[in-house]
Design a protein around this ligand. Sequence first.
Ligand code: MG
Length: 258
Amino acid sequence: MKFQKKWIVCGAMLCGAAVYAEEGKDLIPGTPYKVHDLERPQPRIIESGGAVSIAPPSDAVVLFDGSNLDAWTSGGKEPLWEIKDGLLIANKKNLDTKEKFGAIQLHFEWKLPNGIEVDGQKGGNSGCFLMGLYEVQILQSHNNKTYPDGQAGALYGQLPPLVNATSPQGEWNSYDITFVPPVYEDGAVVTPAKVTVIHNGVVLQNGESYLGPTMHKKLASYPKNHPETGPISFQFHGDPMEYRNIWVRPLGERDKAE
Ligand code: MG
């Protein structure tokens, strides 16, 4: 499938809103595809059963239940996102948890309201940055083509989802994510960061490895120094994405008494 448009909008956090850029030049290791390759095959489109809403388990940290933004900040200051009718609306800047996390299970639900024009990376773009570094892309990908490593559930700029399970615009989506930070020894990564992404009950990423913290147009790689924990950050990319029911469970260890 040839794309007419050669100019695309980035999804990475550092780019801010509506930054246009060509696809990257770097080849992704083990593939014949470049970063944001417009010719990479589009993931198969499926119809999911819709969002799977799960109430927070008893040991979850509830990050948003519709009532307040107590768990959040925007760059260390007052959170700039808005609550409307019990929904969290993306606004002005990224939204970061005050608390920092390492290995986690994360649940949240998202939708793009009707009445907004969507075109590739424009109109329905947000993202969930694990440890503030590793993006799972959030994009209104129903009936909306873009580079496959930038669509809903992609490890942005690295790995497309197995399938496209995005709900129609105006309908809810759910993400259930598990994430494990990279393991370092003597200043070098020995086990990469790993992620599983389940979208509307459908597996998109099955224990996949990140090549490094998310980059735009460039091949990601691991830095020398890496934090052990970081915030969960939601991206503001200029679009009023809506969220609800956000909770997280730090993953404990086996065989440890309370
Ligand atoms: Mg994004």
